[in-house]
Design a protein around this ligand. Structure first.
Ligand code: ADP
Ligand code: MG
Length: 250
C-alpha cells in the first residue's frame, strides 16, 4: 500500500498516482489498483476519463457497499476506485483500514491518491500505507509543504520511499536541486519535467505514460515505476527470506 502525499495542492499528486498506476499495470495487469482518499474534492477518476461513477469510495467508507461494486477496470489493466465529484460539506471521521485490508487481499499494488493539507482523511490515509511518495515542486511554498509532510510521516512512522519533484522547468527562479536536497535532508529525489503532454493527456482522460509514452514526463514516470517495481521485488524477496528463516527454526 503506497500513498502519494503533499501538504500543498496542485503539485502533481493525482498525475503521479494515475501515471504510476498505469505504468505498473503494464507489468502487472489487473493487479494494480489506484484509489481515491480525498473524500470532499475527489478528482482521481477524471484523470482516467471517469466523470460520474455510479458507485464511489464514499459509499464504501460510509456505507455498506462491497468494493467490487465500485471498482472500475480500465482496458489497459489498471483498476480504479474513484470518488464522487459532487459537492459535499459533510466532514466525517474516516477510517480506511477495513476497506484497505479487504483490498490488500486482491491487489499486489494499491496506490492512494490523497487530499492536500492535514485534514483527518490525510492522516487516515497515511496510517494505512506501508510507504509513501511525497510530491514537491521546485518552489518555496511546495518545499515548505514537503517538509511538513516528511515530519508527519516521521511522526506516524511511515517510511518515505522518495520525493517526486514535478513540473521541473530548469528556469532561473526555480530552487536548484542540490539546495532542495539540502533543505529536505532527503537524498532520494525523482524528477518529472514540465511537459504539455500532461495537461493534454488529462483532457483526454488517459495517463500520459499511455497517451504519449515518449514525452519527457512519461519517460520520467516510467523510470520511477521501474524503480518502484525493483523496490517491491526486493521487499518480496526479504519477506521470503524471513519466512524461510522462521520455517527452519521450527
Ligand atoms: N509534469 C507536468 N507537466 C505539466 N503540467 C503538469 C505536470 N504535472 C502536473 N501538471 C499539471 O498540474 C496540475 C496539478 O496537478 P495534479 O496532479 O492535479 O496535482 P495535485 O493532485 O497535487 O493537486 C494539473 O492541472 C496538471 O495538468
Ligand atoms: Mg489531486
Amino acid at each position: 500500500m503506497l500513498g502519494v502525499f503533499s501538504a500543498k495542492g496542485g503539485v502533481g499528486k493525482t498525475t503521479t498516482v494515475s501515471n504510476l498506476g498505469a505504468a505498473l499495470a503494464q507489468k502487472k495487469r489487473g493487479k494494480v489498483l489506484i484509489m481515491e482518499t480525498n473524500m470532499t474534492a475527489s478528482n482521481l477518476g477524471l484523470y482516467l476519463g471517469v466523470v460520474d461513477p455510479p458507485v464511489v469510495v464514499q459509499d464504501l467508507v460510509y456505507g455498506r457497499v462491497r468494493p467490487e461494486e465500485a471498482i472500475l477496470k480500465t482496458p489497459y489493466g489498471l483498476h480504479l476506485l474513484p470518488g464522487s465529484v459532487a459537492y459535499t460539506d459533510e466532514v466525517t471521521a474516516v477510517d480506511f483500514s477495513p476497506l484497505t485490508e479487504a483490498l490488500r487481499r486482491k491487489y499486489e499494488v494499491i496506490i492512494l491518491d490523497t487530499a492536500p493539507g492535514f485534514a483527518p482523511e490525510v492522516t487516515a490515509a497515511m496510517r494505512v500505507c506501508d510507504s509513501i511518495l511525497v510530491c514537491c515542486q521546485p518552489q518555496v511554498p511546495a518545499i515548505a509543504g514537503t517538509l511538513q509532510t516528511l515530519r508527519m510521516a516521521e511522526r506516524l512512522k511511515v517510511p518515505v520511499l522518495c520525493c517526486v519533484l514535478t513540473r521541473v522547468t530548469g528556469r532561473r527562479w526555480e530552487i536548484p536541486l542540490p539546495e532542495i536536497r539540502r533543505t529536505l535532508g532527503w537524498p532520494a529525489l525523482a524528477e518529472i519535467p514540465e511537459d504539455e503532454a500532461v495537461p493534454e493527456s488529462i483532457t483526454r482522460g488517459t495517463p500520459v505514460v499511455l497517451w504519449a509514452p515518449r514525452s519527457p514526463a512519461a519517460v520520467g514516470y516510467l523510470k520511477l515505476a521501474e524503480q518502484l517495481l525493483s523496490h517491491l521485488r526486493r521487499r518480496k524477496a526479504r519477506k521470503g527470506v524471513k519466512k524461510v528463516k522462521r520455517g527452519s527454526r521450527r
